[in-house]
Design a protein around this ligand. Structure first.
Ligand code: ZN
Length: 264
């Protein structure tokens, strides 16, 4: 992989108060709640300057971040959190089972696999459980526990409003099957039950009502392709009420191909 900072993507407002603020290697979004910002995933520490620049370009200050909410405890999604907390004092949220990933009590953040030695550990303020809600300003996020990719992967769902139109945004917390391969499970002595968890999690959230699929990587929802079409189509290309279920199906198909058919 190229170095993360080569993965610049121009920040933009996606819909309502939701903004994409970087980057190609891992997505960070901010939500303007009217009472400060919620950040969804902080990204790599190596791309933090791109993300904070992106926030400024969108007319905010990084210091407006009140909450940092994590999809799961991997380096590419929480690596910059410690530094951001130092800067902003933001409150941090992560799935309960991924707390040990964040605070450094286990070495499972995938940092080594990505070519880095360590992650700056932090003690999360809130350990999320299935069904918890996160509220700030005019935003209320529902957190659904979707283990598999990591034991504490969380999926998030919330409403966004633009000119009186309300759409429901959603993001699946942990998509990759990289942590379900034999060689990874065996290397870290992890239970193979993570595979069943992964399948059950996909089934659990597949039929959630989602009008706007947020990717925790840009390729998950074709962030760049849709952005290129913005303003050229009748409707906002990010709004597609059928995409989330199709994405869930494609994720299950990826699992079946790599883990079952190829036997990895
Ligand atoms: Zn991950």
């Amino acid at each position: 992989m190229k170095t993360p900072w080569e993965g610049y993507i121009k920040p933009f407002r996606m819909f309502g108060g939701l903004y994409f603020v970087g980057t190609r290697p891992a997505s960070s979004h901010i939500i303007d709640t009217g009472d400060g910002l919620i950040m969804l995933d902080s990204g790599y520490p190596q791309t933090l300057y791109l993300v904070t620049e992106g926030i400024r370009e969108m007319g905010f200050s990084p210091k407006d971040i009140k909450y940092i909410v994590h999809s799961h405890g991997h380096y590419d999604h929480l690596g910059a959190t410690k530094a951001l907390v130092e800067l902003t004092g933001a409150k941090t949220f992560i799935g309960e089972q991924d707390v040990p990933y964040a605070n450094g009590s286990v070495n499972l953040t995938w940092a080594n696999e990505l070519g880095y030695d360590y992650v700056e550990a932090f003690e999360p303020d809130v350990a999320l459980k299935d069904g918890d809600t996160i509220e700030l300003g005019n935003v209320c996020i529902k957190a659904i526990h979707t283990p598999g990719h990591t034991p504490g992967s969380m999926s998030y769902f919330f409403d966004l409003e633009e000119n009186g139109r309300v759409v429901r945004a959603g993001t699946f917390g942990g998509v990759g099957v990289n942590t379900l391969r034999k060689r990874f499970l065996d290397k870290y002595n992890l239970p193979y039950s993570a595979r069943e968890d992964f399948i059950n999690s996909i089934k659990k959230i597949r039929d959630e009502k989602v009008d706007l699929n947020i990717g925790n990587h840009a390729h998950c929802n074709d962030t760049e392709g849709k952005y290129a079409r913005m303003g050229k189509e009748a409707d906002n290309p990010f709004i597609d009420p059928t995409e989330f279920a199709r994405f869930a199906d494609a994720t299950l198909e990826m699992y079946n191909e790599i883990i079952i058919r190829r036997g990895e």
